[in-house]
Design a protein. Structure first.
Length: 370
């Protein structure tokens, strides 16, 4: 039986085809200045990175869609998240290349981009949707219609970009929803989610945790009061710490509008995994949660770095696609957050020694032969 056919590097990578793609509207980069070729090349590189990010997001999402996710399979999800984070770090650095383009040089070919906008990157919209950013969480682009209208062709006809994003909207669930479904199945103190007394045991754990959290916060408050002169300032400090304790109880008792019992079980699972992260069977779950937080943090950093690059090159001009430009980019960096509950859990965490003891800690030990 013969093996794979022999090939050359340039045929395998499609080098000739790739190098013919930097001509922009001219279809021939020999007619362009170096600055315009740089602009095109960097954006093409971003689109290639976005393609890889989408593949890894789908791989992770599909894994968590299974009714049962074995502990050893979580290493694959953690690897996908790690790869996405590595790509995003490189993406942040690419903005340094863009910043070698001065304002005057960019203005020399900017008019060619009128009607075009980075907002029309279908793959970036796909990434946002696949992660879990909902339509109701989006901010206005600054032009008429919603973001799907901005993806139409210039004559108003449907575009391949619009079709690609529409297909992504139909490809459910999102990574956030798949993760939350997985978290809801987390055994809390050795009690599985489908056990007969699961709800009662969940309530008992939450109360034990809230008591432990309140004791820890109270100790911190007493130290803060000793370091705070003046009764007015001391009163403000007390109020802040009381709000903190109340917010924890509120977070672990979400209203029906916020998902009620389903959201509660996922949030308690987050708290449980972070509180008892040293237990062997929680090792990979904690890596997944850490990876999700790091991934979203790097997306925020990427958006912020993008805004600063744009401001450095063109200031606060109106965007070529009619958007608010830098103001729009700054707002997305501030508001486009998907895994808000995982970030909120940071406020709830307490030291290991302050955590309430588990009744069934042995449930999370490695088991041989099962």
């Amino acid at each position: 039986m013969s093996g794979p056919r022999l090939t050359n590097y340039w045929d395998y990578i499609k080098v000739e085809e790739l190098l013919r793609l930097q001509g922009g509207l001219e279809d021939d980069d020999s007619r362009l200045e170096n600055d315009e070729v740089l602009f095109i090349t960097v954006h093409q590189v971003y689109e290639l990175w976005f393609k890889l990010v989408l593949r890894e997001l789908r791989t992770a999402r599909d894994l968590f869609c299974a009714q049962r996710v074995d502990e050893q399979e979580l290493s694959g999800a953690a690897r996908s998240l790690h790869r996405i984070c590595t790509v995003l770090r490189l993406g942040v650095q690419h903005f340094e290349v863009m910043e070698t383009l001065t304002t005057r040089e960019y203005l020399g070919f900017r008019d060619k981009l009128m009607g075009a906008s980075g907002f029309q990157s279908a793959q970036l919209r796909q990434i946002e949707i696949l992660m879990g950013l909902g339509d109701g969480e989006r901010i206005a682009l600054g032009i008429e219609g919603d973001y799907m209208d901005a993806l139409r062709a210039l004559d108003g006809a449907p575009s391949w970009a619009q079709e690609r994003v529409a297909a992504q909207k139909a490809d459910m669930p999102t990574l956030r929803d798949a993760i939350h479904d997985w978290l809801r199945r987390t055994p809390i103190d050795g009690v599985r989610h489908d056990a007969q007394d699961a709800d009662r045991r969940l309530d008992e754990f939450v109360e034990r945790f809230l008591e432990a959290h309140a004791r820890f916060v109270q100790g911190t408050l007493e130290m803060a009061l000793r370091a705070t002169p003046g009764e007015a300032d001391r009163a403000r400090v007390r109020e802040r710490y009381e709000r903190e304790k109340a917010s924890v109880r509120e977070f672990l008792s979400p209203a029906a509008a916020d998902g009620g019992a389903r959201t509660r079980r996922a949030r308690v699972a987050m708290v449980f995994i972070e509180t008892y992260r040293e237990l062997p069977l929680l090792a990979w779950p904690r890596e997944v949660l850490d990876g999700l937080v790091e991934m979203e943090q790097l997306f925020v950093v990427w958006r912020q770095r993008h805004a600063r690059m744009v401001e450095r090159v063109i200031g606060r001009r109106t965007g070529t696609g009619g958007s608010a430009g830098v103001d729009y980019l700054d707002t997305t960096a501030l508001r486009y957050r998907v895994f808000r509950d995982l970030w909120a859990v940071r406020t709830l965490q307490i030291p290991r020694q302050a955590a309430p003891p588990l009744e069934n800690a042995a449930f999370y030990d490695f088991r041989v032969g099962h």
